[in-house]
Design a binder for this molecule. Structure first.
Ligand code: NDP
Length: 400
């Protein structure tokens, strides 16, 4: 069918690239382009011979629009899958516009110097993508991504209107370290140390970090502590789900993780304000990232499962109705299949599926779109086929 260019070659990209190579009828060619080309070359070497997908690699700094545009023009992919960091979203969108190719990512833009993520910067590109006749698909990971597709699916098949959504992200995996993050430590710590917020009655309600705690009995896992966080899909779901009154997002954290995080915050190690150290400027959080375990090294040691899903409460035929759609994923099984733990797996698989939806034309519409704005059915079928089967419970435990 066609060619995809993946930008970035970290934890999530590695899974997406394995899946692209499994899906070689759709992705006949792949260019892996990242800052450190040796990582791209190592993956190419590992995968060649296991797939019909023709793989090339390239070095690129995705902050440099001209260099990236030139590379895209040279490689001529149909779609670019951005699996670098949220800081690169806008420059990669600019390069896609300049080169005339579709764009997909998994996380919304975040300026490097302020730990604040919002869709406004990327939504401002709507007219440019419409005029160019190109599709930009935002947030094709698990959360955002699959959680957004679950919401569209629930609305299409089960509800007249959805009034409440609780998105629950449980990682019950144990990697044996007292403290490590499951994806890019800098992005992860910026997210969890920020103030929490949820959407209620048409406005944001802000909370202190980790202020709201609940205990939930997760299917196939058991009881876990979870905390309310701000999360990016709340912003788009609040606009795209009719009748919505409240959307909250909860993520599970263990005691050890929280104690370490508190201590690191107290001593200033999670700060993104640059400081002078031995005559050179360093950002404490970036230094912390350098000393923490690399998330991609957690694969062999992480045991246990993840459970991510959404609880919906709404109405159908005048009656109140509740529904829970979720996926569970086993860290060790992911590792056996693609050499990564489940957090990277649950993000990399939907990234590949999003690229497939756009590449095949199943989800193509000129403009900039969030995942819940497309027909969820083909994506839901693809989740079952490509390693993230989902389940539905019509009588779930609710979150207080
Ligand atoms: P990693 O840090 O493991 O990988 C990032 C990759 O991007 C690295 O290969 C890095 O290069 C490359 N990169 C960084 N800057 C540039 C640049 N300027 N030019 C070219 N390449 C660059 O991150 P993850 O794989 O953990 O995360 C990838 C993305 O997935 C992030 O945006 C994250 O927020 C998102 N994510 C989304 C989730 C979801 O469910 N929606 C869940 C988890 C993550 P190098 O190898 O040189 O460091």
């Amino acid at each position: 069918m066609g060619k995809v260019m993946v930008i970035g070659c970290g934890g999530v990209a590695s899974v997406a690239i394995h899946k692209i190579c499994q899906n070689d009828e759709v992705f006949t060619e792949l260019c892996i382009a990242s800052r450190t080309v040796s990582k791209c070359d190592a993956l190419k070497e590992k995968l060649e011979g296991t797939t019909k997908t023709k793989i090339t690699t390239a070095q690129v700094d995705a902050d440099d629009v001209d260099a990236l545009t030139a590379l895209i023009k040279k490689e001529k992919p149909e779609v670019v899958l951005n699996l670098a960091l949220p800081y690169q979203d806008l420059t990669i969108m600019d390069a896609c516009l300049a080169a005339g190719v579709h764009y997909i990512d998994t996380a919304n833009y975040e300026p490097e110097d302020t730990a604040k993520f919002e869709y406004k910067w990327q939504w401002a590109y709507r007219e440019k993508f419409e005029k160019a006749g190109l599709t930009a698909l935002l947030g094709s990971g698990f959360d955002p991504g699959v959680t957004s597709v679950f919401s569209a699916y629930a609305l299409k098949h089960y509800f007249y209107e959805i009034n409440y959504i609780d998105i629950l992200d449980c990682n019950a995996g144990d990697h044996g370290y007292p403290f490590a993050t499951n994806f890019n430590p800098e992005i992860n710590i910026r997210e969890v140390s920020a103030k929490g917020s949820y959407w209620e009655d048409g406005r944001w309600v802000e909370t202190e970090p980790m202020e709201i705690k609940r205990v939930y009995n997760f299917p196939e896992i058991g009881e876990k502590d979870m905390y309310l966080l701000h999360h990016e899909e709340i912003e788009s779901l609040a606009l795209n789900i009719p009748g919505i009154k409240r959307i909250r997002f909860f993520m599970t954290f263990g005691e050890s993780y929280l104690n370490h995080l508190r201590c690191l915050e107290d001593v200033g190690m999670t700060s993104i304000e640059p400081i002078m150290y031995e005559g050179r400027e360093i950002v404490p959080l970036q230094f912390l990232k350098a000393v923490l375990p690399d998330p991609s090294s957690l694969g062999p040691r992480t045991k246990g499962k993840t459970n991510i899903g959404c609880i919906f409460i709404g109405k159908k035929d005048g009656q109140e109705k509740k529904l829970y759609i979720y996926n569970t994923c086993d860290h060790q099984e992911c590792y056996k299949e693609v050499g990564s733990q489940a957090v990277a797996y649950t993000t990399g698989v939907p990234a590949m599926i999003g690229a497939m939806m756009v590449m095949t034309g199943t989800w193509q519409k000129p403009g900039v779109y969030n995942m819940e704005e497309f027909d969820p059915d083909p994506f839901m079928d693809a989740l079952n086929k490509w390693g993230l089967p989902w389940k539905i419970s019509e009588d779930p435990e609710l979150v207080e």
